[in-house]
Design a protein around this ligand. Sequence first.
Ligand SMILES: C[C@H](O)[C@H](O)[C@H]1CNC2=NC(N)=NC(=O)C2=N1
Length: 114
Amino acid sequence: MSDLSAQKCEACRADAPKVSDEELAVLIKQIPDWVPEVRDGIMQLERVFKFKNFKAALEFTNMVGAMAEEEGHHPGLLTEWGKVTVTWWSHSIKGLHKNDFVCAAKTDDVFAAL
Ligand SMILES: C[C@H](O)[C@H](O)[C@H]1CNC2=NC(N)=NC(=O)C2=N1
C-alpha cells in the first residue's frame, strides 16, 4: 500500500478543482503504470491489466468494482478475454481530481494482491 492508496476519496463536488498541471506532474509519478489520456476533452487515467483468461479478468473487475463502491468513486471498466482496461476520471468536474489518483493506486493494490 502506498501513501496514495492509503488515502480515502473525498466527496467530489461539481465545484471541486481539477488537479493542476503541477499536481498532475507530481501525482502521475506515483502511479507510473497509468497513462493520462484526453477523451472528448476530458483528461482521464488509464491502465490495461493482463490476465490468463476471461474468468480471471472478470474476478479482477469485480474486486475493483467493490473498491469503487467502498470509495463512492467509480471507474470505466472494459473487461475482455485476458485483459481489463480501467479508466479513472471525475464525472462531476469532467476531469481529474485527486480521487482519481487515489483510486488508480488502490486499483494497483488490488492487482498486486491477486
Ligand atoms: C451521487 C454519487 O455519489 C456521485 O454521482 C459519484 C458517484 N461516483 C463517481 N465516480 C466518478 N468517477 N466521478 C464522479 O463524479 C462520481 N460521482
